[in-house]
Design a protein around this ligand. Sequence first.
Ligand code: GLN
Length: 201
Amino acid sequence: MWQNFQKRRNFQTVDGKKVGVLALQGDFSLHIKMLNTLGIESKEVKKIEDLKELTHLIIPGGESTTLLNFFQKENWFEPLKDFSRKNKVMGTCAGAILLAEEVENPQQESLKVIPMKIRRNGYGRQVDSFIKKIEKHSFGEKPIEGVFIRAPRIISIKEGVKVLAEINGEPVAVEYKNALALTFHPEVSEEEAVYKYFLRI
Ligand code: GLN
């Protein structure tokens, strides 16, 4: 009985969408909570085979170097790149760093899904973290709150990358083909509009 309940809770699809949240490190549980709020049960992705059958993946914030260590240890690079080519991905903060084609401060490996250059800790250190109302964005009508925690900064974007949100003329959310990258944390300020955009619901 309990097991059945668990099974159901663990994986419910909405319009055939099967959503996973990379759960190796970082604040994945807040993303899962947001998806629950929207009535979407998601799957914690802890192993490469968990990617199978998914249509959407969220790569959460945390520490990109720690995530990279996991990626290197168990060869996540190819499976994740392959997944990103065929399915939808959204990377927030450290997740955005991992999706970028080029990373600086310092330079490090990445999945190279979005042709953009990103600078780690682009606004400074932990004490320079901030919250800013984002008025100009494509997620909906109302302003959203951007929570920037040791956030990266998008330095440059190449052709085909669409800016979805900006502050002071700088992109803080971008889209390229199947991929979204946000330098802030929509799961912290509970910005449902961002998830609805990603899931097209
Ligand atoms: N500064 C972190 C990094 O470089 C990202 C911070 C975050 O995800 N909140 O990976």
